[in-house]
Design a protein around this ligand. Structure first.
Ligand code: G3P
Length: 217
């Protein structure tokens, strides 16, 4: 499973990147707002930091304008994935931008049928939003499983990018189902290292080690 980091905070990306945990980065208008940075500037900086795809989202609503914005974003670096919303206009933009050789991430996906359309339109990535479905008492993980089945049924090579991951359990379940990629906030990725038995075991080892009176260094 590839790990994308869902943030535009460059210091947090750098920390995980140094550990080899970053296969790509996703941003969106809300994350750009949170960063307080200029979209073109911060996207360029991120694209230079990481080797994998860096998603940068268009903000126009009409296909022609999305395409123009997408072309401008794609020029920032070779590893930009243009992010378009899953609307009819977004699908048109996806078709044109992917046809021009750009990676396209179709975002705000909430149904298997939407994911099917995105694959037909040539999306590189489809981003189903797990947490936001959970927020309205639906099971976001069912959507990941449905898309996996449909894409496998027909051999679509669009990658399932599990998004709106809010917990370590989301990460685990998405991996079990076989999402190709997950994008998660840095805090969720770091939390995946935690286990109470690890902490308890370490505490015992440290206590016993102290009793030996030995030192390694
Ligand atoms: O990748 C999409 C993500 O940024 C949305 O997450 O937590 O705002 O639903 P969330």
């Amino acid at each position: 499973m590839k790990f994308f980091v869902d943030t535009a905070e460059t210091d947090q990306i750098a920390e995980l990147n140094d550990l080899g945990m970053v296969d790509g980065v996703t941003t969106n208008p809300s994350l750009i707002l949170k960063s307080g940075r200029d979209i073109l500037e911060v996207t360029k900086e991120i694209a230079e930091m990481v080797e994998g795809p860096v998603s940068a989202e268009v903000v126009a609503l009409k296909a022609d304008e999305m395409i123009a914005e997408g072309r401008k974003l794609a020029k920032i670096a070779d590893n930009i994935a243009v992010k378009v919303p899953l609307t009819w206009d977004g699908l048109k933009a996806c078709k044109v931008l992917s046809g021009e050789g750009n990676m396209v991430n179709v975002t705000l996906c909430f149904s298997a049928n939407q994911a099917l359309l995105a694959a037909k339109a040539g999306a590189t990535f489809i981003s189903p939003f797990i947490g936001r479905l959970d927020d309205i008492n639906l099971d976001g993980m069912d959507l990941i499983a449905d898309i996996r089945t449909i894409y496998d049924n027909y051999g679509f090579d669009t990658q399932i990018l599990a998004a709106s991951i809010r917990s370590v359990n989301h990460a685990y379940q998405a991996a079990m189902i076989g999402a190709d990629v997950m994008t998660a906030p840095p805090a969720v990725i770091k939390k995946m290292a935690e286990h109470p038995l690890t902490d308890a075991g370490l505490e015992t080892f440290m206590a016993d080690w102290a009793k030996t009176g030995q030192q390694i260094l």
